[in-house]
Design a protein around this ligand. Sequence first.
Ligand SMILES: C[S@@+](CC[C@H](N)C(=O)[O-])C[C@H]1O[C@@H](n2cnc3c(N)ncnc32)[C@H](O)[C@@H]1O
Length: 242
Amino acid sequence: MTAGSPRGFHIPWVAFFGRTLAEYLAMFAIDLDELRRGSTLDCPSGPDSFVAEAREAGCDVLGCDPLYALDPDALEAGARANVNDCLAAIESQEGALVFADYAAFRRSKLEALDRFLDDYRRHRESYVAASLPRLPFGERSFDRVLGANFLFAYAHASHGGLYEGSEFDLDFHLRSVEAMARVARSEIRLVPMGSFSPPPRPHDFREPVAAHLRGLGFRVHFEPGRLDSGLGAFDDVLIARR
Ligand SMILES: C[S@@+](CC[C@H](N)C(=O)[O-])C[C@H]1O[C@@H](n2cnc3c(N)ncnc32)[C@H](O)[C@@H]1O
């Protein structure tokens, strides 16, 4: 995020918007060799091509999202409209997010969507319907849990999120990370950690969530992310390890 807009980037719905494997590696400051070690839950996964590409690269990955309750035809219709609406929202709020290469960002969203839709038809077993703050998995069933661009991003704008609703409040975040902690054997990584509204600053929920994870027995630190996400400052990743 930059101070280019007085308001920051806002959106009135939860976007079904996804990313590629390359974007995930950059965003979570993790490399492929590390990702190949142990199992990974992508929570939520949206129309990411991360699951398809990571599986192809030899990783043990499962995606979850509330919309995976839909069959492929229903999901495809909604997903294409949603991604296009999100890109239109970004383009209409010029300056609210500033990308080094917006054309590449836009292209990667559309590529991720196509790849995801194809994989969702062919590998339904990789996609499980689930809605935070509950996760339908056993205790410590994944080595790591990755959480991108739902928690923190969809907090109300007054707390640093990009959302106009207020249902994803701090209590929702704490219950959601508890669910992630329950299913994570060794590690949880969360992004974004910065506010979408100016001035550039840490997200309001960053420290309370870190403290909550420490209370659950995790060691928590922050590392700089490497993604051109449009959020300039505080674009780092929370890493919690048992
Ligand atoms: C912007 S996408 C993030 C997708 C992906 N992690 C990424 O970074 O590209 C946000 C996702 O949150 C999902 N979502 C909405 N409500 C949710 C909930 N209660 N629990 C988990 N995911 C939810 C939406 O369906 C959507 O796919």
